[in-house]
Design a protein around this ligand. Sequence first.
Ligand SMILES: [Fe+2]
Length: 215
Amino acid sequence: MIENYFSLPLFMEVNEKYDLFYEETEKAISSARKDNHKFISRLLGGMERETQPQPAGIIDGGFMSPYEKPNFLEFYDLFLKKYIEHCVSRYVSETRWSFIKPDTDYESVIDESWINIDGKGCYQSAHTHPRSIISGTYYHQCDGDEGNLVLYNPIPYIQYGQFPENIYTCGGELPVQIQKGKLVLFPSWLQHRTDCNRTDKERISIAFNVSVKEK
Ligand SMILES: [Fe+2]
């Protein structure tokens, strides 16, 4: 009998109500691009650029230190916030996290959230999200060819072996195909990066850090 160990549960879902969420989220992003640059990531998470042109909308602001705790979703009180918190609750309950005790009420709370606007030549180098439990990304605007999210295999030594044969367990990286409305949740310690956007289009995503607390 074969038993699998060391697998990593990840949450991936395409929001069925993407169209309903789009307009409200788009309005908030437009407002942030005009007046609230603090919600737009430039350096948090190691944003880098291969080419000089900046993504439209980012001129002089947008720098975030890891201590500022920007919360885009909360500031604009978006429906998207409720959807993400609901999915985080599903993620922790379906993976039977032992932190969740029976007969106790818990809630998922988005502690930080920000907008990633990746124009041509933009990518994020490998990083983790310290001081958080669950992190994730929601794809607000993309066609799917603007560069994937890449999750690193948390068992680094497996890339030096040849057995067992499995592209995702033997390889060092898992490319996650991006898609409009796709939500990806992962443990905050999991190293990840984004592929370079080589198109002329913007890849716009909302990233966030979530904690789970007793009510
Ligand atoms: Fe990240």
